[in-house]
Write a protein that binds this ligand. Structure first.
Ligand SMILES: *Cc1c(COP(=O)(O)O)cnc(C)c1O
Length: 439
């Protein structure tokens, strides 16, 4: 306990925690984590917590996964890092080849986190149109309640007021079109019909403004930060047709939904579409190391290829294509293949849905929804401070979970087993009951 409280006072004194009002740490200190094991986080006092949200959606195959550990250790004995301008190496080449085969896109450009992938895709798209002699096509469209990261460019296409409003004066004007979030369908309207109604709104905008628009960026199938808002794939299918028709790039931000989260390796597969750009991060290294990638079409790539330096994409990050991160990503792709994860998750998803049945049937659970390895519901009559109180209540029961507003969601690592999921279901029920509104 002594080490524990020591670490907590030192973290308050030395570390500025993300997405946190630091004063709140006085009342609710962060967990002091000493190690991890599969889906478990273990604190400095040896208490175990089920990592029910995969450490901010990044972890796929558990903490301290022996195969990923071995891949990184092996690479560590060869070279830890070399700059990627003027040099190359086997892990980045192999990863790029494999991502190209899996996405149907090519020429992977690397960054170190999701937000930088968004920046790269936005810059590449506008630069493409400039190279194509249409520099006026430099505007961006995104969905209402969308999230694409929080650096200044990425925040410009993000639409979450809590993150965005304060920085309004720093941002570029972008346009938000209606979200196909199925919760917003009229009563009696199917998710598909609502999705198509939203696609019609996208078309109306494109018909007027395609000439000044470079790209439309979307989170395919699930808007994560909006509170796991899920929508029908018909929207993506129609958006693909419209972007082609109106000559606007379609950027699929699969940073959260990629690598099997929605049940297919990439969410776009469920709509049968190929975007012009795909942004990948989070699960790409199994939650081990910061890495992001943007892949695009041969046509877009070709527009940058030539003798003039400035026609090329002169963007860079110091750690572009880091060999350790690439070796972790290669190990992740190996696990997907050898363990047939997508197939295995299909069964696991159905099994977990059953285990969560009692939670789903709770009278306060509304808009119960799931897709692949994501489950969510909204809590009726959630009092102010609900998310923080639910988080604390679950921690006391050994579950690490962080609701978004009144949305409780579960996004476990893929190695989570039925007994752990059953425990999670029990804890969710207990917390719902414990946090009943006063009547
Ligand atoms: C998390 C996320 C990002 C930003 O990634 P960071 O690594 O946090 O910068 C962008 N888009 C989506 C859809 C995300 O979920």
């Amino acid at each position: 306990m002594a080490t524990d409280s020591d670490l907590l006072s030192r973290t308050r004194a030395a570390v500025w925690h993300p997405c946190t009002q630091m004063k709140a740490l006085e009342a609710t200190p962060p967990l002091a984590i000493a190690r991890g094991e599969g889906p478990w986080l273990i604190d400095t006092d040896g208490r175990r917590y089920l990592d029910a949200i995969s450490s901010w959606w990044v972890n796929l195959f558990g903490h301290c996964n022996p195969r990923i550990n071995a891949a990184i250790t092996d690479q560590l004995g060869k070279i830890e890092h070399v700059m990627l301008a003027g040099a190359t190496h086997a892990p980045v080449v192999e990863l790029s080849e494999r991502l190209a085969r899996l996405t149907g896109l090519g020429h992977a450009f690397y960054g170190s986190d999701g937000a930088s992938a968004t920046e790269i895709a936005l810059k590449m798209s506008a630069h493409y149109w400039r190279n194509a002699g249409q520099p006026e096509k430099n505007g961006f469209i995104s969905l209402r309640n969308g999230y694409h990261g929080e650096t200044v460019g990425a925040l410009s296409v993000t639409d979450i007021p809590l993150f965005k409003s304060t920085y309004g004066p720093l941002l570029r004007n972008t346009v938000q079109v209606p979200t196909p979030d199925a919760r917003l369908a009229e009563s009696g309207e199917t998710a598909e019909a609502y999705a198509l109604r939203c696609a019609a709104a996208l078309e109306a905008h494109l018909a007027e403004h395609a000439g000044e628009t470079a790209a439309f960026i979307v989170e395919p199938l699930v808007q994560g930060a909006a509170g796991m808002a899920m929508y029908h794939p018909a929207y993506l299918e129609r958006a693909r047709e419209l972007c082609t028709e109106y000559k606007v790039h379609l950027i699929a931000d699969e940073i959260a939904v990629g690598f099997g989260r929605t049940g297919t390796l990439f969410a776009c597969e469920q709509a049968g579409i190929r975007p012009d750009f795909i942004c990948l991060s989070k699960g790409i290294t199994g939650g081990y190391l910061p890495l992001s990638a943007v892949l695009t079409t041969d046509d877009i790539y070709a527009a940058f290829y030539g003798d003039a330096t400035a026609r090329g994409f002169l963007h860079s990050h110091s750690y572009t294509g880091n060999p350790l991160a690439c070796s972790a990503a290669l190990a992740v792709l190996d696990i997907f293949e050898t363990d047939r994860i997508i197939d295995a998750n299909r069964e696991k998803s159905a099994e977990f849905t059953k285990l969560l049945g009692e939670v789903a049937a709770h009278p306060r659970a509304q808009h119960v929804r799931s897709r692949g390895m994501i489950w969510a519901f909204d809590v009726a009559d959630a009092a102010p401070g609900f998310a923080a109180r639910f988080h604390q209540a679950a921690l006391r029961e050994g579950v690490f979970i962080r609701p978004i507003g009144n949305t409780v969601y579960v996004m476990p690592p893929y190695i989570t087993q039925a007994p752990e999921m059953a425990k999670l279901a029990e804890v969710l029920l207990a917390c719902l009951t414990q946090l009943e509104p006063m009547r």
